[in-house]
Design a protein around this ligand. Structure first.
Ligand code: WT7
Length: 655
């Protein structure tokens, strides 16, 4: 971001009507929040959330860093997303425009979504599910997926959605960690014209053991394929739901009652169950939809994320519904039947706000360059007014293409930086208020005290890169790691910062002139592949779990043009180092093994075999050297502490 960096001011007409209109309005909100954080969040929580019992206390920090928000208030998330809108006269308004993989479209009104959620909620209650019980949802993008989340929220059950691309083993780990009493799934899922299993994977997961808490598996019919069925454990969703009343009294829960758990990867250990609370989370979901996306009554919003990730929670299952918006829910993939699918759907449904990931944009750029027929220029995208990006840094080239070819040069791009743990946007432009600079997520959302500090927690001057922290608690922050409060405290509020600051795990730098933030990447051993977060250790554990073959493994990331980062594994086998065809075959075997252990998203792109790994004399693997080798760089770092320098040359050879 130099003087010559392109600046994109908010379009005048859009800014004039925006919920946050003009930079001065943004600055006023920031000043209000800084002067009196509790007054600010309290005001917004009264405005954006419907309470059964109003709260009298905004922040309770007596158990910091286990912060509590609005904790003497009660509410229900599903009432807020459904009845609250119906009471405002939106019962007949379309909540979901569902487009199936094959292009079939179903419109679901707020009233219809309420009825479906209520019937599922009643069915769950009839099966004995009650407040605080965990329910794992292992479903693809579907109306019932959203309705099932709402149904859990309605009865105070804590949902944990597991992405439909995770393997049986990964699913088992998550079910076991939550102690879920019930799993909701579908017979199959359909993606890109292919039918893929869901129920069969649940069976496999449960058969692996450790899931004795599961009493029932509730199965939605998607394809009608014959699937193994085990009475009395397994039940068909429709048979359960058909006889149920369309009314269901919400369970009014305390604001701090957990709304959901969502598993994400850290640099060490097993995936962690990030716990979010009802009140604060809903506030930020609604507020960010209102300000970051400037969502209005006549908008057609489309977030392309899956409900298996936090983006699909905050910006599909909760945020847009909190505001009574209409949104598109898409079952399929961007490349089926061809790579024009997104553009075709924007045109068909007259989408006005489009939110996707840089990795999708980069792959669609490639596709458009290879085939003119799927170029966005071939579609009418004039309905669009705001674009969004999420999940990883968006490189300026992709940003510019997105701006020009998808947004027609007229739509602001909100590059939203946040995390599973933060619940919603943390650093992001507001489309009617912020001048944009490609590659920068610009400025903190009003009320979010983001800062760049050194190792001891001292704030660095603008222009100097350091560690990204948040200096004040905020309502939608992670509450704890399910079953592991110590890991939460140590990981997110570390001693180096006297337990005062939230540590995001990313590096950042602020522009010397504007103070704009640029995220410089993770400072821990977490990779970001196609916007999916993967722990290097998790992949290493999966590799060494193949005990007949693998002696040792080290995983690093390397830059990749399409997926952002690619997974690169260095493997030592329990047999002589293979080369040529044998190496290829074994690398494939290991890739498939990792897909089975975790899921296809965790498959290493490169696998290199060595007689050993570069280690210090004390036996520590020198990952920075592996990162250079993975990138194909010459090693310039100091290797004097290396026990076995010859290994570097061997690993640098492709095998
Ligand atoms: C990590 C969080 C945010 C929801 C989806 C991913 C990276 C996310 C951006 C962005 C640069 C970004 C960070 C962060 N990240 N958004 N706009 N610019 N980096 O959630 O799986 O919890 O991953 O994704 O590294 O820590 P997640």
């Amino acid at each position: 971001m130099s003087d010559t960096a392109a600046l994109y001011p908010p379009p005048t007409a859009l800014a004039a009507k925006a919920h946050v209109s003009g930079r001065a309005a943004y600055d006023r909100l920031v000043a209000e929040a800084d002067a009196d954080p509790e007054g600010y969040w309290g005001r917004l929580a009264r405005e954006y959330v419907g309470w059964k019992t109003p709260f009298t206390r905004v922040l309770d920090d007596s158990r910091a860093p286990f912060f509590e928000w609005f904790n003497d208030g009660t509410l229900n998330a599903s009432w807020n997303c459904l009845e609250r809108n119906i009471e405002r006269g939106l019962g007949a308004k379309t909540a979901l425009i569902f487009e199936a993989d094959d292009g079939a479209v179903t419109h679901v009104s707020y009233r219809q979504l309420l009825v479906r959620a209520n019937r599922i909620a009643n069915a769950l209650r009839a099966l004995g599910v009650k407040k605080g019980d965990r329910v794992v949802i292992y479903m693809a993008m579907s109306i019932d997926g959203v309705a099932a989340m709402q149904a859990c929220a309605r009865i105070g059950a804590i949902h944990s959605v597991v992405f439909g691309g995770f393997s049986a083993h990964a699913l088992r780990d998550r079910i076991a960690d939550t102690g879920a009493c019930l799993v909701i799934t579908a017979d199959q899922q359909v993606r890109g014209g292919k039918q893929l299993p869901l129920k069969a994977i649940v069976d496999e997961a449960l058969a692996q053991g450790g899931c004795a808490s599961v009493r029932h598996v509730v199965v939605a019919r998607r394809t009608g394929a014959a699937v193994p069925f085990q009475a009395p454990r397994d039940l068909w969703l429709n048979e359960l739901v058909d006889g149920q009343s369309e009314h269901c009294e919400p369970e009014w829960v305390e604001a701090e009652h957990p709304l959901f758990l969502l598993y994400t990867s850290g640099s060490t250990g097993t995936p962690k169950g990030v716990q979010h609370a009802t009140g604060g989370y809903l506030l930020h979901a609604a507020l960010t939809c209102h300000w970051t996306f400037d969502m209005k009554a006549d908008d057609i919003f489309w977030c392309t994320a899956d409900i298996g990730w936090v983006t699909g929670h905050t910006y599909i299952a909760y945020g847009p519904l909190m505001l009574g918006a209409t949104q598109i829910v898409f079952e399929g993939v961007p490349t089926y039947p061809d790579a024009g699918r997104f553009w075709k759907m924007i045109e068909a449904h007259r989408a006005t706000i489009f939110y996707t990931a840089p990795t999708a944009i980069r792959s669609l750029i490639k596709a458009a360059e290879a085939n003119e027929a799927v170029h966005p220029a071939r579609y009418d995208l004039a309905s669009l007014r705001i674009l969004g990006s999420v999940g990883e840094p968006i490189n300026p080239a992709a940003w510019t293409w997105y701006h020009q070819h998808v947004g027609g040069g007229r739509c602001p791009i909100v590059d939203t930086f946040w995390q599973t743990e933060t619940g919603g946007h943390m650093i992001t432009p507001l489309p009617g208020a912020t001048d944009l600079v490609p590659g920068s997520c610009t400025l903190p959302f009003p009320g979010i005290a983001a800062a760049v500090v050194d190792e001891t927690g001292n704030e660095l001057p603008w222009g100097q890169g350091g560690i990204l922290v948040v200096k004040r608690p905020w309502p939608s922050m992670i509450r704890t790691i399910w079953g592991n409060p110590e890991r939460f405290r140590k990981g997110y509020f570390p001693e180096e910062f006297q337990g005062r600051y939230y540590l995001a795990g990313d590096g950042a730098i602020r522009d010397a002139k504007t103070g704009y933030f640029t995220i410089t990447g993770r400072i821990d051993d977490v990779l970001n592949v196609s916007g999916h977060r993967m722990g290097t250790m998790e992949i290493e554990s999966a590799l060494v779990a193949k005990t007949d073959l693998v002696a040792e493994a080290a995983v690093v990331g390397r830059p990749d043009d399409t997926t952002g980062e690619a997974i690169c594994a260095f493997v030592v086998l329990k047999r002589p180092r293979p080369t040529g065809e044998e190496a290829k075959a074994l690398a494939n075997e290991l890739r498939n093994w990792v897909a089975k252990e975790i899921g296809p998203i965790a498959k290493p792109k490169d696998i290199r075999f060595g007689d050993n790994l570069p280690k210090t004399r004390s036996g520590k693997i020198m990952r920075r050297l592996l990162r250079s080798i993975a990138k194909g760089e010459a090693i310039t770092q100091d290797t004097s502490t290396l026990e076995n320098p010859a290994i570097l040359e061997q690993l640098a050879q492709t095998n």
